[in-house]
Design a protein around this ligand. Structure first.
Ligand code: COA
Length: 585
């Protein structure tokens, strides 16, 4: 549904901020594009074609990337895009792009798209996307980009989250392949029985395009947006053949441009409906390039989800599909697995951190997204600037932040121990009972990968004779991406069917907690512990916040002593982490 908003990024107001020092600030990488939708941009239903929109989004983002890089840039990938509304002829599309973070030669560009109705003065969000652009190599080799310096809280948040999104992007293909090979359990035989099913072969489309100068930049490389538009075109034809109606593009899974294409290339675009679910269908599209008698080069593969909307904009029921033998059946099953992955991703990543329920069950197909959610929630909390100092004792400070009836607290201290060592020592939650009397016992349930471990933690009762609590915690660890990042250990509750709540303990829950560990000068390390207080956690800290006690001080003084006493020990760390440490040293 269209959500009306006053977000400056959507309203095209000048994005000028007044910084704490009184200076006016405008992000130099911000680029805006406004386009009125004309009949030549629209399909036969009078709606802006998604391909045209992708072209505009790509050009705006490319200009932003080039403004930061100061040289020519190419689209490497575009993350999942979910289109919330369609845009009609006569309406205005407003696109804003800015560079969130630069890595070595690549940059993440955030793109916001909104629609404006000039007659009613209404504006609404259409989509938000993240694209990665890479500065073109020079004769001297790979370009080293200058860093982005975030100035506002929102920029700091995007800067920090960009590192997490990049991590996910780079392992995306590998993870999806692993999941596909383990998820394909549904049998195809059932769907072959339907007499009214449409043969997948009928939806097959193959089309060729010749890359001409208007399709390319001044470096003669085909614009990524143009390729996406051509791919969307064949996908729409394929989807229409299934339903004999006008399909609406709902979402696109991550685009990755595997190799460049140039003026003079012939681009062969192929699409087919992989599977039709009740109200949506997945179309697979592939783009390959060739020149003369050369072999085909794989440029891109994408998966697009379409719906058919009725007059009330409600999705209609779609015909079933009958896949072809062998490859068709494989694509049919993989589409089912991707649908599950897409739902997990949308559910866990796209909604606000506070909307992800505590009871999210952990399983192999969503572990990457839960890990992302865990770390990004902590990064968002850490990026807040409105913490209020509540109490301070011997350089251990307790801060609080109250917002929308949610209380968060932060404890900050410094230790004379190297940041990496602090990270390694605090990462193993089993060692926490050595310094935190709230941790009575802690056991590892599963070491899902090098970055994520699930623990069961037992804490004592807060009332005399009462039951203790137990927590099932996902601990996600991250080393810094570069000097702009801290080490992070993020904690959140998950549920595991094999570990249901028991009668002996009250099951406590942690929404968002963890450590951020910053390397400072002269081997000093700043440790910040964050916690978004849930009813299960509040009793342990409420008297401190009220100023009636300072148990936080005792706990963190004890933490400092633990770190200093163990500053040379690595012996009892998980083997996976020791491997990580030796790789870096
Ligand atoms: N998503 C995001 N970034 C990616 C990526 C992906 N799928 N694959 C690679 N990258 C990033 C790398 O992380 C690296 O970033 P860094 O320098 O900041 O660390 C950067 O791309 C370059 O990686 P490198 O390993 O040096 O090169 P590569 O051989 O992986 O090539 C491209 C990456 C993008 C340059 C190459 O795939 C390409 O030319 N693709 C076609 C791009 C194009 O022409 N687009 C327009 C449409 S055709």
């Amino acid at each position: 549904m269209a959500s009306e908003t006053r977000d400056p990024a959507l309203l095209q107001e000048p994005s000028v901020f007044i910084l704490e020092n009184g200076e006016m600030y405008r992000n130099q990488t911000e680029v805006k594009m406004s386009q009125i939708v004309l009949p030549c941009h629209a399909n036969h239903c009078g709606e802006l074609s998604a391909g045209q929109l992708l072209k505009w989004m790509d050009s705006t983002a490319c200009l932003s990337a080039e403004r930061h890089a100061g040289c020519s840039c190419i689209t490497a990938s575009v993350d999942d895009i979910h289109f919330e509304t369609t845009i009609g002829i006569g309406q205005v599309v407003n696109i804003t792009a800015k560079v969130n973070r630069a890595f070595t030669s690549s940059m993440e560009v955030g793109i916001s798209v909104s629609c404006e109705d000039l007659f009613s003065d209404r504006q609404w969000k259409v989509c938000h996307a993240f694209a990665t652009f890479v500065a073109r190599r020079t004769e001297a080799g790979k370009v080293q980009l200058k860093q982005v310096i975030p100035h506002t809280q929102a920029e700091q948040m995007e800067y920090s989250l960009a590192a997490e999104r990049r991590r996910m992007r780079l392992i995306h293909a590998e993870i999806i392949n692993d999941l596909l090979s383990s998820c394909c359990s549904q049998t195809v035989s059932e769907c072959l029985d339907y007499q009214d099913a449409v043969s997948a072969e009928r939806t097959r489309v193959e089309s060729v395009e010749l890359v001409l100068p208007p399709h390319a930049n001044h470096q003669v490389s085909t614009f990524g947006g143009q390729i996406m538009a051509w791919m969307e075109n064949v996908a729409t034809i394929s989807a229409s053949r299934l339903c004999n109606a006008h399909p609406t593009l709902q979402s696109i899974d991550m685009f990755h441009f595997r190799g460049p294409s140039h003026i003079g290339d012939r681009l062969v675009l192929k699409a087919i409906v992989n599977n039709a679910f009740k109200k949506s269908m997945e179309v697979g599209v592939c783009a390959e390039a060739y020149q003369g008698g050369e072999p085909l080069r794989h440029i891109n593969t994408a998966f697009m989800t379409f719906e058919v909307l009725d007059n009330d904009r409600k999705p209609c029921t779609l015909p079933r599909i009958r896949p072809e033998p062998v490859d068709g059946k494989r694509r049919f099953q993989e589409a089912i697995a991707r649908k599950k992955i897409r739902l997990d991703r949308k559910y866990i990543i796209s909604c606000n951190q506070s909307e992800v329920p505590l009871s999210v069950p952990w399983d192999p197909s969503n572990q990457m997204y839960l890990s992302y959610n865990n770390v990004s929630a902590l990064k968002m909390l850490a990026a807040r600037t409105n913490w209020v100092l509540t109490s301070e004792k011997n350089k251990v400070s307790l801060y609080t932040l109250e917002e929308n009836q949610v209380l968060c607290f932060k404890v900050e201290t410094h230790v004379a121990v190297a940041a990496e060592q602090v990270f390694l020592l605090l990462s193993d939650l089993r060692r926490r009972k050595a310094w935190d009397h709230h941790y009575q016992e802690c056991e590892v349930i599963t070491d899902s990968n090098e970055d994520d471990t699930i623990y069961r933690v037992f804490t004592p009762s807060v009332t005399k004779g009462g039951k203790g609590q137990d927590f099932i915690l996902l601990a996600s660890r991250r080393c810094p991406c570069d000097s702009g990042d801290p080490y992070l250990i993020a904690l959140r509750s998950v549920t595991l069917p094999a570990y249901p709540p028991t009668e002996d303990y009250n099951r406590g829950e942690v929404l968002c907690a963890g450590f951020s560990i910053w390397e400072e000068e002269n081997s000093f390390t700043k440790i910040s512990y964050y916690n978004r207080a849930t009813p299960g956690v509040l009793p342990y800290i409420s008297t401190d916040i009220a100023g009636l006690s300072s148990s936080f001080y005792r706990t963190f003084a004890s933490c400092s002593a633990f770190l200093e006493n163990n500053k040379d020990s690595l012996a009892s760390l998980p083997t996976s982490m020791l491997r990580e440490t030796s790789k870096r040293s």
